[in-house]
Design a protein around this ligand. Structure first.
Ligand code: PLP
Length: 372
């Protein structure tokens, strides 16, 4: 197919080796990993190895990795799992979080638990100054994403963690857009909780994990069997867990450099054609994420016209595509009105080629010129 897929921040193609590694656990080795007999020994071992591999990718211990159904579940667990009846200390998050965090925060607010939403600067950065202004010794949790899904900005989690801990608060980071794309070490970052999702780094959909630092007091996500150290009951999805390989972790720097080249080609082609646009996000971004706002354009119209040409991009996050208004992220960073509605997100991944970056830019130029 001549289709160009440039929406890797929404999801990525399953790695071929990951698929092959998954098949035995879907077919012949279907034993329940929790059973004591010999037939379950292999899946149990595979589970332990996958856990150790994932843990090593983020500098964690295997027993600090809790498999979940993905980023949304991990985020909900981090926010809701810390609630204690009668403990009404504050949760602080940012205005540009993914809906999985924002909606979970709104849900706990409805139960009477206070939440403060930190503003960001024009690059989408949560600054230490902003956090220091708001945090008190009555803060229970700070949850700030590692990398934004719409504009790619990487947040200064290490600094924010220091501030949180100085006030006796825990820190969680939604690293769904970061794991497998930029190096992460939970100890260097100093985070207590970290969410990840395999389908964002060439793993299968429906599998992710929550890193929980040893000693962190958090309720189980689901009660039932003793799976996931008694913290997330339910028969393990061994195939998906095995498929959530750390493969990208081994090649992140090399893939990042290639994606940087694609970004330059894409942006350079638009610039040469005299398109009036601003690039959103900070200089410190996840590789391949390009959010631009084009003056006088409609992101919605561009998405659909590009789709007709066989090109998949996004106007923002996948969850926002049903809502054609300007996203909460674009509003929070204050993109001027005449540009805001013309926002698109092109996100290249490891399978994209340089020619595709040029083709996507040329298709955009062609659509804009035919309309203007
Ligand atoms: N958090 C961020 C930053 C995301 O980008 C996403 C997915 O778009 C999620 C959470 C939700 O992850 P999942 O699709 O695995 O539920």
């Amino acid at each position: 197919s001549s289709m160009i897929y440039a929406d890797n921040a929404a999801t990525t193609k399953l790695d071929k080796d990951a698929l092959e590694a998954m098949i035995p656990w879907l077919q012949d080795e279907y034993g329940n990993a929790s059973q004591p007999y010999s037939f379950s020994r292999k899946p149990k071992k595979a589970l332990a190895e996958a856990r150790a591999l994932i843990a090593s990718c983020i500098g964690a211990q295997p027993e600090e990795i809790f498999f979940t159904s993905g980023g949304t579940e991990s985020d909900n667990w981090a926010i809701k799992g810390l609630l204690q009846y009668g403990d009404f200390r504050d949760t602080i998050t940012s205005q540009i979080e993914h809906h999985a965090i924002l909606q979970a925060c709104q849900a706990i607010e409805r139960l009477g638990y206070p939440v403060t939403y930190l503003p960001v600067n024009q690059q989408g950065g949560v600054t230490s100054e902003a956090l220091s202004r708001i945090i008190t010794d009555n803060t229970k949790l700070v949850s700030v994403m590692m990398a934004n899904n719409e504009i790619g900005t990487v947040e200064p989690i290490e600094e924010l963690a220091r501030i949180a801990h100085a006030h006796g608060a825990l820190i969680h980071t939604d690293a769904v857009q970061a794991v497998g794309h930029i190096p992460i070490d939970v100890n260097a970052l100093g985070v207590d909780l970290l969410s990840a999702s395999a389908h964002k780094f060439n793993g299968p959909k429906g599998i992710g994990f929550l890193y929980i630092r040893r000693g962190t007091s958090i309720h189980p996500f689901a009660d039932g069997g003793a799976q996931e150290f008694g913290m997330r009951a339910g028969t393990e999805n061994v195939a998906a867990i095995v498929g959530a390989l750390k493969k990208n972790c081994d090649h992140m720097v090399e893939i990042g450099a290639r994606l940087h080249k694609l970004e330059q080609v894409f942006l350079g082609t638009l610039q040469q054609a005299g398109i009036d646009f601003v690039r959103n996000g900070s200089e410190n971004r996840v590789p391949g994420n390009i959010s631009i706002s084009i003056r006088g354009a409609s992101g919605e119209m561009l998405l659909h016209r590009l789709d007709l040409k066989g090109i998949a991009i996004s106007t923002g996050s996948a969850c926002d595509s049903v809502n054609p208004q300007v996203s909460h992220v674009i509003q929070a960073i204050g993109v001027p009105n005449e540009y805001a509605e013309g926002t698109i997100r092109v996100s290249f991944g490891r399978d994209n080629q340089v020619e595709e970056a040029r083709d996507v830019a040329n298709a955009i130029i062609c659509i804009l010129n035919s309309k203007l």
